[in-house]
Design a protein around this ligand. Structure first.
Ligand code: AN7
Length: 359
């Protein structure tokens, strides 16, 4: 007899490890359970004996890891009787908040920096019918405003300062260990507000404490060179990077992330926009995995640290690819400016010639 088991999201799946009760109405879009893809061509290309896996979080319902935190944050907001949620966002949080608010039947307000979020993120947030408030300031300013307004208005903040976001996002570490049977030696991820690095560390720690796995990874947090407060050792005021998702100068989980670095024996580093874009292209071109620029920072960092030996050969490495490449079509088109599609006559002859030309 076949038993059918429908996957209905990470809260159901990990409900024993999350703050829900039997009576909680779960707000889910089937998030989580994302593929852990082992890279096959890039390790060969760089000539290093390393196992690199990418956790492709771009395959969540709204195309980013934020959905893991949002299912939990919105579930708890609804449980507490909230009628509206609010966030500041570089794009992905706003898309996720908007979608889960629709699902819950509550209102979403999102503050975004005008002209500084990727087109796909704006399009989806519009489609989910959120109240979009564009500001002539960056994410950090938006976050400060959200904190102030939440003191005055009946709205629940769903940025990662909401502890339920971290609870939901820790499940990505559970999935990795459940699949591999161990924690990786190194876990690499892009750092903006540093909520996600905090969440992964919490997940790995919970599993290690309960002996689900015997080891904990070294946590490597990578930033864009123009938005690298953790590398500077201080907040910065005018962050700039092509990776708009991590264009953040005042990380909200500052102290928590430093704690992760110390406890895990990890480090922060920064990479230029050129290095980030090269890593994004490389993943698409050699592995068939299309992530957004911010996400590629994880691979840029891992490849750099592998090349210097800081991450030694023989290591098992997981890179989190936080968001889907389709979210930022403008950058993708720029990346491929030199490889325009050929346009031909709609005839068999012309198609044959076009194929033979490029064989
Ligand atoms: C693709 O959407 O902060 O270090 O407002 O979208 O947990 O902040 C996005 C962050 C990495 C950084 N990769 O994660 C927002 C927002 C992608 C992201 C990060 C973000 P954190």
């Amino acid at each position: 007899m076949t038993t059918h088991k429908r996957y209905t999201g990470l809260i159901e799946f990990y409900r024993d490890r999350l703050p829900v009760s039997a009576n909680t109405r779960i707000i889910s879009l089937g998030e989580g359970n994302t593929p852990l893809i082992q890279l096959q061509n890039i390790p060969r290309l760089i000539g290093k004996a390393v196992d690199i896996y990418v956790k492709f979080e771009g395959l969540n319902p709204t195309g980013s890891f934020k959905d893991r935190g949002m299912t939990m944050a919105v579930t708890k907001a609804v449980e507490a009787g909230s009628q509206a949620i609010i966030c500041a966002s570089t794009g992905n949080t706003s898309a996720s908040a908007a979608a889960y608010a629709v699902r819950a039947g509550i209102k979403a307000f999102v503050l975004i920096p005008e002209g500084k979020i990727a087109l796909g993120k704006l399009a989806q947030t519009l489609m989910y019918d959120a109240k979009i408030i564009q500001i002539n300031g960056n994410f950090d300013r938006g976050m400060a405003l959200v904190k102030e307004v939440a003191e005055l208005a009946p709205v629940t903040i769903v940025n990662s300062i909401n502890p339920f976001r971290i609870e939901g996002q820790k499940t990505a570490a559970f999935e990795i260990v459940d699949e591999l049977g161990f924690a990786p030696d190194y876990h690499c991820l892009p750092v903006g507000n540093a909520g996600n690095i905090t969440a992964y560390w919490k997940g790995y720690n919970e599993y290690a404490t309960e002996r689900v796995c015997g080891n904990r990874p070294v946590m490597c947090g990578y930033q864009a060179a123009g938005a690298a407060p953790f590398v500077a050792g201080e907040m910065i005021d005018n962050p700039e990077t092509v990776a708009t998702a991590i264009r953040i100068g005042h990380p909200q989980s500052w102290a928590l992330a430093w704690n992760v670095q110390k406890e895990s024996g990890g480090w922060f580093d920064k990479f230029t926009d050129e290095q980030i874009l090269a890593a994004q292209k490389m993943l698409s071109q050699y592995e068939g995995v299309f992530c957004e620029p911010a996400s590629a920072t994880a691979l840029a960092g891992a490849l750099h640290d592998i090349s210097t030996g800081k991450i030694p050969e023989g290591s098992k490495i997981v890179c989190t690819l936080t968001g889907n490449g389709i979210k930022d079509p403008e950058i993708a088109m720029l990346q491929c400016a030199d490889t325009k599609p050929v346009t031909i006559d709609a005839s068999l002859d012309a198609v044959k010639r076009a194929i033979l030309d490029s064989l």
